[in-house]
Design a protein around this ligand. Structure first.
Ligand code: FAD
Length: 143
């Protein structure tokens, strides 16, 4: 089981990237149709900045996690790198989904909306599969 831990951590990281991308896509769709002060939310500069930041976070996370997948496939994914992927991706997921909830306004808090569920589910990613604090401890031991 201990030998498979990098794999479990990579799976968590992959989940996080997928949820981030889905949260971002559904938020972009929402802000294009929701209007406030006679204009779509996407036309407010703040909305655009927040989405640009979220898209950047998701892209950077995917790029790193994609590299980890390649390393897993060729047998070179070590414990420390898998731990980096797990804590980094779950940490970014928390930030991205939080911003997405904000852009949904009150609907973001309603469990009828998938973004609210994504927000609740995102929180556990920093806990299970080894807490993010433990991931950092493992990385530190490798330095
Ligand atoms: C929904 C869910 C599904 C789960 N599924 C599984 C599963 O399928 N298989 C499985 O084996 N487990 C599973 N778990 C358990 C999960 O892996 C543990 O909850 C997690 O590893 C944290 O352990 P703990 O709950 O004992 O917290 P604790 O170890 O008590 O940690 C509590 C806090 O103390 C901190 N802490 C602990 N030790 C240190 C340290 N040395 N340095 C700094 N901080 C520290 C932690 O980071 C955390 O913030 C699941 C948990 C949840 C919530």
């Amino acid at each position: 089981m201990m030998q498979q831990l990098p794999r479990e951590r990579l799976v968590v990281a992959i989940d996080c990237v997928a949820i981030m991308e889905q949260a971002l896509a559904s938020t972009v769709e929402y802000v294009k149709q929701r209007t406030a002060f006679d204009r779509e939310l996407i036309r407010f500069q703040n909305t655009r900045m927040k989405l640009a930041e979220a898209a950047t976070e998701a892209t950077v996370a995917r790029t790193f996690v994609d590299e980890c997948i390649q390393r897993f496939d060729n047998g070179t994914l070590d414990d420390a790198t898998a731990s980096m992927a797990k804590w980094w991706a779950s940490d970014r997921l928390g930030r991205v989904v939080d911003e997405c909830v904000q852009l949904f306004g009150g609907y973001g808090y309603m469990t009828e909306y998938p973004i609210a569920r994504a927000f609740a589910d995102a929180r556990v990613q920093r806990i299970f599969g080894g807490t993010n604090e433990l991931m950092k401890e493992l990385i530190a031991r490798s330095l």
